[in-house]
Ligand binder design. Structure first.
Ligand SMILES: Nc1ncnc2c1ncn2[C@@H]1O[C@H](COP(=O)(O)OP(=O)(O)OP(=O)(O)O)[C@@H](O)[C@H]1O
Ligand SMILES: [Zn+2]
Ligand SMILES: [Zn+2]
Length: 847
């Protein structure tokens, strides 16, 4: 068989023209084991850089340039599989990002190596690589004492980091330089990882056990301690290698004793990898599968059928809060593992609580690896290696766990599939749902998207079955698993409160409800919807919110110019001082902070115990968990917070959920505002009365007749979907079309504006050429429309101005390709002008 001679490598060099594979020769010794997905160090210009092998080739292409050698292979097990390399290539096309960026997001940051310089002994007799002036004067004089010391040091170490050498011989810079010039020392570059595997000294048997056994009686009297060690090691032979520390502790011997035994050749002391387990020492109570109810059984059967058929299938598991979705995840995973396949479980970062982890570890124990951002770099690296090396069967984690390097995936579960955090906001701007479907298809695996409030994209796709790329099968669960009812929800009209003279942020009903819970010793969850803090303008008398006449989204207040603007189309109007609807003067920007609510609670209910959970109180590692544990242990009456308190929590004694202001997210300049509000209210309402005690929910609102709020209070997802889809269709928003957000940034505003306008006309021109330029109003299958340019919602960041335009498109056309091509063309002509263009395909945040 012919071994490949050439590797195609994507290098980690962040300039424009490097977004393509470069060819390198594979040295003889590497040929048999270099693989697609290997991480390598290669010479690039004058440096050594890190790269990934994306393809192998039998021989150099004829007539090609002389190729450089691959310098080093950085891992024993390649960090990526050929499947992941293919996936990265697909991502780079789908999301218009660089290939290396997509590869990089798949490996832990611990593996982002940097080149380091090393000094070793050179070969002064050999020819210098290139003739230079110094080669003539090489090796003329005897080395000085100083030079000898340095050479001896290097010889002893073999290889010394350049920096370390100059630290140890601070006054010898000139001598070192001269030794390098003479070729007596040489400098190499090598890629060094940010983080190392954690190693531990371990003892292993170095001879055949029988031989060791036979030798035991022959140990002389003064070596009795050594004999004991050898005997112990023989007894423990099933568990070898043993950590040295444990041997010393067990026998109360010194390291020298073991070393002596090693010198005699009976044992070897070696380095052993240890995994930094973030859950070490924690015991997880084992749990048994529950008997499924009819609805659960039905959903379970469909998914298991798909697993058994080993055919790719996508399921949208729409189950009300508390319907027992997690139990279905657990039991289908069980089935998947029994097939000797692996499972990935994605949950939003904020729901990745110990409670959540416990449910999976409790069922599958050590077969589970957990990956989330609160782990240290080392812990994350180790969990990742457990997956790569096949030591676990289930990976649970936030968004990026979708890249878990399994090679026999059978099932991918995405809990709370509607969560916007599944979309990464920086490059690569991927959506984990797309990646999940793509990977599952590769393996003939099943995908389960679970939610009480599925995204409109998923629900619409399931209902219409129109999209053959993504048409999930709908599985519904309408009842709670424990048989209790969904809590009664009451909307409180805050305009009425104001009319009656109550200017507090607590309505009289919420005040009363809190009072009652405090008396009964039950617990309360209070949600402050803080998205959209202080940005929109609302009348507190009538609930009027200033919106754009063209786009039907709320306008954003700009303090500097004192006007209101639409971030989609650029429409602007002066900020009103009285309400245009009712003439009231109670018109103001909206938003209250959690801290203010906390103060108000303390004033109204002296002695109340409040746990505040928001970005401020949860920055520290572990703080999130600590706060939740305190609440669970009933150390507080109220859990007050932002979205964090809405998701996935299951506390038996919570009987009241209060939403301080339901409206604040509704008025964000975002066409998904209604959807997000509905989802959040439904989620938070689902926290109440999950067990024996009956739950009650109070939603305070200034727009109590908004359909998002009405339908959330009625637990009526279908009615919400009906209204929202109508809305989306009229205004041409997803799922009726798709979006690409293009953001241009530059230091100079006039130049930027010109280029942004240019961008729009280039896009329009190219689309027209291809015959697919047309309004979305027309009922044709293919359409492509460009809105803008307008200033971005954040018009300047770090002294760079930002403009954006939005592509709306539909049908079977390569809109992403066209946008990328146009952006590259524009960047080309704007060469050296520092124009940056970012492309966001299917954006979740329109900023
Ligand atoms: N078949 C069953 N028999 C008995 N109890 C069950 C069953 N299925 C689930 N449960 C229990 O019902 C409760 C709610 O289930 P679970 O948390 O899985 O619901 P969920 O749909 O994931 O909820 P949410 O979306 O609100 O997080 C849990 O206490 C769970 O142990
Ligand atoms: Zn008004
Ligand atoms: Zn507008």
């Amino acid at each position: 068989m012919m071994l490949p001679q050439v590797a195609k490598v994507i290098v980690d060099v962040p300039v424009k023209d490097t977004d393509r594979p470069f060819d390198y020769l594979i040295p003889e010794l590497m040929r048999s084991w270099l693989e697609i997905g290997s991480r390598v160090g290669v010479p690039f210009g004058h440096r050594t850089v890190q790269g990934f092998v994306v393809d192998l080739q039998d021989r150099p292409s004829p007539g090609g340039m002389r190729l450089k050698n691959i310098q080093e292979v950085l891992d024993v097990v390649p960090p990526l599989s050929p499947e992941l390399v293919k996936l990265a290539e697909w991502m780079s096309q789908k999301y218009a990002c660089r290939f290396i960026t997509a590869l990089q997001v798949m490996v832990p940051t611990a593996l982002k190596g940097k080149a380091e310089r090393y000094i070793s002994l050179g070969d002064p007799e050999g020819q210098p690589e290139e003739e230079d002036e110094y080669s003539l004067v090489r090796v003329v004089a005897e080395p000085t004492e100083e030079a000898k010391t340095i050479m001896a040091y290097v010889a002893q170490k073999g290889e010394v980091p350049a920096q370390q050498l100059s630290r140890i011989f601070p006054d010898s810079a000139e001598t070192i330089k001269s030794l390098l010039r003479k070729g007596i020392l040489q400098e190499n570059q090598s890629i060094k990882d940010k983080l190392q595997k954690k190693m531990l000294k371990a003892v292993d048997l170095a001879v055949d056990p029988d031989e060791a056994l036979a030798a035991l009686p022959q140990f002389p009297a003064k070596a009795q301690r050594q004999r004991e060690v050898l005997q112990f090691i023989l007894e423990m032979k099933e568990l070898l290698p043993l950590p040295l520390k444990e041997v010393l502790k067990a026998l109360q011997v010194s390291a020298a004793t073991v070393k002596g035994l090693a010198d005699k050749g009976f044992v070897a002391i070696e380095e052993m990898e240890v995994f930094r387990d973030p859950y070490r020492g924690r015991r997880f109570k084992p749990t048994e599968p529950l008997r499924l109810n009819d609805e659960q059984q039905h959903a379970y059967d469909r998914i298991v059928d798909s697993l058994d058929a080993r055919r790719h299938g996508v399921f949208l598991l729409h189950g009300v809060t508390g319907s027992g979705k997690t139990e279905i995840y657990l039991q289908t995973i069980q089935h998947c593992i029994e097939q000797d396949r692996q499972a990935i479980v994605l949950v939003p970062e904020i729901s990745l609580t110990p409670q959540m982890v416990e449910r999976f570890k409790g069922r599958f124990g050590d077969q589970v690896a957990v990956m989330h951002s609160r782990l240290s770099g080392g812990e994350r690296y180790d969990e990742w290696r457990k997956i790569r090396e096949g030591k676990v069967k289930v990976a649970i984690g936030a968004r990026s766990a979708i890249f878990a390097p399994f090679d026999r995936i059978g099932l991918i579960i995405m809990d709370e599939e509607h969560e916007t955090s599944y979309k990464q906001e920086e490059s690569p701007k991927y959506h984990a749902r797309d990646v999940a479907v793509k990977r599952a298809r590769q393996y003939g695996a099943a995908v389960v998207l679970g939610s009480a409030t599925p995204s409109l994209e998923s629900y619409h796709a399931a209902r219409s079955q129109a999209n053959d790329e993504f048409a999930p099968m709908l599985l519904e669960m309408k009842r709670r698993a424990l048989g209790n009812e969904l809590p009664a929800v009451q909307i409180v009209d805050m305009r009425e409160e104001l009319k009656e003279g109550n200017r507090s942020m607590f309505s009289r009903s919420l005040h009363q409800a809190i009072e009652t819970r405090l008396q009964r010793g039950e617990q309360i969850v209070l949600l402050l919807n803080r998205r959209g803090y202080s940005t929109f303008v609302m009348c507190r008398s009538c609930g009027y919110v200033a919106g754009c006449p063209e786009c039907d989204i709320s306008l954003t207040y700009h303090q500097k110019s004192n006007n209101l603007r639409c971030h989609y189309c650029g429409y602007a109007e002066p900020a009103p001082s009285v309400c245009p609807e009712c003439g009231s003067e109670h018109i103001r920007y909206f938003g209250t902070g959690t801290q203010r609510v906390e103060e108000e609670l303390a004033k109204l209910f002296p002695g109340i115990r409040v746990i505040r959970m928001d970005v401020d109180t949860t920055t520290e590692k572990g703080s999130h968990e600590k706060l939740l544990k305190q609440f669970r242990d009933k150390k507080a009456d109220v859990l007050l917070g932002t979205q964090m308190v809405a998701k996935g929590l299951d506390f038996p004694d919570v009987t009241l959920v209060g939403v301080i202001t339901a409206d604040s997210a509704l008025n964000l300049p975002d066409f998904r505002a209604g959807e997000k509000t509905f989802q959040l209210l439904t989620q938070v309402a689902g926290r109440a009365g999950r067990h024996q005690l009956k739950g009650e929910v109070l939603i305070q609102s200034y727009t109590p007749d908004h359909y998002s709020i009405i339908h959330a209070s009625g637990h009526d997802y279908l009615a919400f979907v009906r209204d929202e889809l109508k809305h989306r269709r009229n205004l041409h928003y997803p799922p009726y079309c798709r979006l690409i957000l293009i953001t241009l940034t530059h230091e100079q505003l006039p130049l930027l504006v010109r280029m942004a306008e240019n961008m729009v006309s280039v896009l329009q021109g190219k689309a027209r050429q291809r015959g697919w330029f047309g309004s979305l109003d027309r009922l044709t299958a293919d359409a492509f429309d460009v809105l803008g340019p307008v200033a971005s919602p954040i018009p300047r960041i770090k002294n760079r101005y930002r403009f954006q335009c939005m592509v709306k498109w539909r049908g079977n056309i390569d809109a992403v390709g066209l946008v990328r091509e146009s952006a590259e063309q524009l960047e080309e002509t704007a060469h050296n002008q520092q124009l940056q263009i970012s492309i966001d395909v299917d954006p979740q945040m329109l900023m």
